[in-house]
Design a protein around this ligand. Structure first.
Ligand SMILES: Nc1ncnc2c1ncn2[C@@H]1O[C@H](COP(=O)(O)OP(=O)(O)OP(=O)(O)O)[C@@H](O)[C@H]1O
Ligand SMILES: [Mg+2]
Length: 423
């Protein structure tokens, strides 16, 4: 019976639409609905009285309205019964609510009359009914809303929102229907700001790193041209410094180029099959003289079995070369360095380069892969370091869909583990 009634009702809605609209516009729709529901209630609930049936029916209608999505036929009458303007606004709001964009509608006083679902999520609350001043508490946005509502011009402003957490928002405010309403859309631009700040930091750091050797070279050249013109005893020493500083600049430029090339290709996953065994062996032999000069023995233990990954040979060689040379440079002299295969989860290969040096303070470990970060800048520079090695390693491994894990204990040494998916 319930089903038949509902079917009849929707059929009746479809076939006699003009008549239905007329009835509904007078809110008769709700009466029809309640009457139907009352009959339904009386039939379902054995209450025996029309009043009980009506009550049960009203409860049923209310419950159905709660569970049925808006826009369902059950709400049709209510919408059609609205005055045309209110109905259009309700329909517009349904559309705005579905937009993947935080949208607020403001009245002429700057009070929020509507907030889309995305706006609720962004602000972590429902701002409807609040003046825009309490929603954002940022003078820039208040001034923009004020200008839009008084002068009718469009405004875009960026400001810092502090609630529910600190971030940068970009708001675009446009007037609607003369200056009686305004629509405000929001975008979270925190990530753009962070990347901008990183880029500016990087440019500042790179220029600083280049300027230091350049200043040394210029100083030495001036000395050789001036006071030390005839100082044959010191000339060779000065020329030696110039040569070293020029080499440092060249290394820096090479590393910067290599970093930007890897970054550009970060989304292109290498497809060639490579065996890590000969790559590690080549890195070990390339660092052998550095190691023996420092009294380090390189102990390689890669075990049996294939060590195949999808990768680019030169880049993987660069990874192991930098980790082993770091272990030699910063892991202390006259100690062994282990290059070993460590067990990992199914589908992964892991090779660890472990030194037995002084280790790194835990708070500094997460910063090691930052560009130009060095625990001890003077020590790194004196050993020819640019501070870009681990940043390059991290980017290469990201490109290979792998990762670098670092663990270090002060007084015991550090372990740098390269994890790569098996081919
Ligand atoms: N095994 C290690 N033990 C202790 N400190 C380390 C170790 N490896 C790296 N570090 C620290 O991390 C810093 C950054 O290393 P990274 O390889 O990025 O740069 P670098 O070695 O200084 O220069 P580059 O590798 O570009 O020649 C080093 O300067 C050093 O302070
Ligand atoms: Mg290094």
């Amino acid at each position: 019976m319930a089903l038949i009634c509902i079917r009849c009702y929707s059929g009746y809605m479809g076939m006699t639409a003009p008549f239905v609209r007329a009835v509904m516009a007078t809110r008769l729709h709700d009466m029809v609905l309640t009457g139907l529901a009352a009959a339904l209630g009386a039939w379902i609930a054995p209450l025996g009285s029309p009043l009980g049936g009506a009550v049960a029916g009203a409860v049923l209608v209310t419950m159905l309205r709660l569970v049925m999505p808006k826009g369902d036929w059950l709400w049709q009458g209510e919408r059609l019964a609205m005055p045309p303007d209110t109905r259009r606004i309700a329909e517009d709001n349904t559309v705005l609510d579905r937009l993947p964009l935080p949208v607020l509608l403001l009245d002429a006083e700057g009070q929020v009359t509507f907030a889309s679902a995305e706006a609720h999520t962004l602000l972590a609350r429902d701002p409807v009914g609040e003046p825009v001043a309490t929603v954002f508490r940022a003078p820039a946005i208040l001034a923009a809303v004020d200008r839009v509502l008084t002068e009718g011009i469009d405004e875009t402003v960026e400001f810092t929102a502090l609630r529910p957490r600190r971030r940068y928002l970009r708001a675009t405010v446009r007037s609607l229907e003369g200056k009686t309403r305004a629509v405000l859309t929001l975008a979270d631009v925190s990530e753009v700001h962070r990347l901008d700040a990183m880029r500016m930091d990087f440019v500042a750091n790179a220029s600083h790193e280049l300027r230091t050797p350049l200043a040394a070279i210029t100083g030495m050249v001036e000395t050789l041209q001036g006071p030390a013109r005839d100082d044959t005893a010191n000339r060779d020493r000065f020329l030696g410094i110039i040569g070293r500083e020029a080499a440092r600049m060249a290394r820096l430029v090479d590393d910067l180029l290599s970093l930007s090339r890897i970054e550009l290709q970060e989304n292109v996953v290498p497809t060639a099959r490579e065996d890590l065994r000969p790559i590690v062996a080549e890195a070990v032999s390339a660092t052998a003289s550095l190691a023996s000069g420092n009294g380090n023995v390189l102990q390689v233990a890669l075990g049996d079995g294939p060590l195949e990954v999808r990768g680019e040979r030169d880049e993987l060689l660069q990874v192991f070369y930098n980790l082993i040379s770091n272990a030699i440079r910063y892991g202390g002299g006259d100690r062994p360095i282990d290059i070993m295969r460590t067990e990992q989860a199914e589908g992964w290969l892991a090779i660890t380069v472990r030194d037995h040096g002084e280790g790194i303070e835990p708070s500094l470990v997460p910063r090691l892969t930052e560009r130009f970060f060095r625990v001890n800048k003077r020590e790194s520079i004196s050993r020819g370091g640019t501070g870009l090695g681990l940043a390059i390693v991290k980017h290469i491994l990201t490109r290979h869909r792998g990762e670098l894990r670092i663990s270090s204990t002060v007084g015991e040494g550090s372990a740098f583990t390269v994890r790569l998916p098996r081919a």
